[in-house]
Write a protein that binds this ligand. Structure first.
Ligand code: ZN
Length: 187
């Protein structure tokens, strides 16, 4: 008896799509590390964000979890919108674009725009933003970039809180996770 051959096209269900997104993200970010001194693989950040989104939604929004895995592919790895749309659908690609900064702008301007534009984003983009900022604050606590002094860490915490302020109302569980790490402070 031949081994059953799986028809990939026929079972493009949510689980397959999520694992494909994880594989895609791991490949795209293969050479990228977190900025902290531990230098964790960047994919750890993506998994952490996706897990928060999966748990906060009780697993009911697979596309949001997939967007969590892919949320930095355009910004950091020059992946194109069209590629994400073709691989994972327009819903996922639109979500990633919503949380992507315009890298042509100077850093300070991008940070200002994140605060300014947060209130106008969709509920799901706000959820992704909150999960992303929560993961970043946790990283600063557990493994801060070696050249960051306490002032710099405090500034990042304050800025992240301003972005999240514009996302309030999107998700109670995610806001609670953010508030918990923010309350503990940069350490
Ligand atoms: Zn991120």
């Amino acid at each position: 008896m031949p081994v059953a051959v799986v028809n990939v096209g026929a079972i493009m269900n949510d689980l397959v799509k999520i694992v494909r997104a994880l594989d895609f993200a791991a490949r795209k970010h293969v050479g990228q590390k977190r900025k902290g001194e531990a230098g964790e693989p960047y994919v750890n950040h993506l998994a952490e964000v996706a897990l928060m989104l999966a748990e906060a939604t009780g697993g009911r929004d697979p596309d949001l979890v997939i967007a969590g895995l892919l949320h930095d592919t355009i910004e950091d790895q020059d992946v194109k919108y069209e590629e994400l749309a073709a691989e994972f659908g327009k819903d996922v690609a639109d979500l990633v674009v919503e949380v992507t900064d315009d890298k042509r702008l100077p850093k300070e301007e991008r940070k200002r725009l994140q605060v300014e534009t947060a209130p106008g984003k969709s509920q799901r983009a706000k959820m992704l933003k909150i999960a992303d900022k929560t993961a970043n604050l946790r990283s600063i606590r557990s493994s801060p970039p070696s050249h960051w002094n306490s002032e710099r860490k405090r500034q990042y915490f304050d800025w992240a809180a301003n972005v999240v302020a514009g996302c309030r109302g999107a998700s109670k569980p995610l806001e609670a996770l953010f508030d918990e790490v923010h309350r503990r402070g940069p350490g």
